[in-house]
Design a protein around this ligand. Structure first.
Ligand code: HEC
Length: 163
């Protein structure tokens, strides 16, 4: 009887461990997929790719911003998202954070409301330059959204009103 209980306990524990490994793998796959999207071509830089200084309440410091073609399509002739407009699904915004003259990491927003990892319509992530996730998409923007919802914002983006 005791042996049976121990055995059942072991089986339940093993299943739990396997499930949690599968979840970690799925999270890593989702992060890797987004990282390959941000390292693909087809991006256009904001303000000619000048390095801009983070403005309060920015947590990141100096940065460049680039938009994929879906995001670029929503910008007006000055390169900004008009107040009151939204980015279309598939838009990707990459913030390259600089330390001196080299990129130290990336902060990313992807408009993808039906994605299981989306928070307020966006998938949020931070990546190290080796492609590993510093802030996983599986966190659903926890810690990002509260600040990005601060006013003023344009579809949860903060740059256009500050730079
Ligand atoms: C305390 C406030 C704050 C937090 C927390 C924050 N951000 Fe931001 N973020 C900003 C501000 C302000 C900007 C505008 C550019 C600048 O001055 O840095 C910005 C810009 C960005 C941009 C460029 C698009 C835009 O909004 O203009 C991305 C991408 C971004 N942040 C991603 C993230 C991610 C991912 C997280 C969470 C891991 C995060 N941010 C957390 C304040 C914040």
């Amino acid at each position: 009887m005791k042996k049976t209980i121990v055995l059942i306990g072991l089986i339940v524990t093993s299943i739990a461990v396997i499930q949690s490994c599968k979840k970690d793998e799925a999270d890593t796959d989702a992060d890797n997929a987004l990282y390959s999207e941000i390292t693909a071509g087809g991006f256009t830089y904001y303000q000619s790719g000048n390095i801009l200084s983070g403005v309060s309440p920015s947590p990141h410091g100096s940065f460049k911003l680039r938009f994929n073609s879906n995001a670029s399509a929503a910008l007006d002739s000055t390169g900004e998202l008009p107040t009151g407009n939204s980015f279309p699904t598939g838009s990707i915004i990459v913030k390259e954070i600089f330390s001196g003259s080299s990129i130290s990491f990336y902060a990313v927003m992807k408009k993808d409301p039906s994605n299981g990892n989306a928070g307020s319509g966006w998938v949020w992530a931070e990546f190290n330059t080796d492609g590993s996730a510093a802030f996983s998409t599986s966190k659903k923007g926890d810690g990002c959204i509260s600040c990005h919802s601060g006013l003023p914002n344009r579809d949860l983006t903060r740059t256009f009103d500050l730079h």
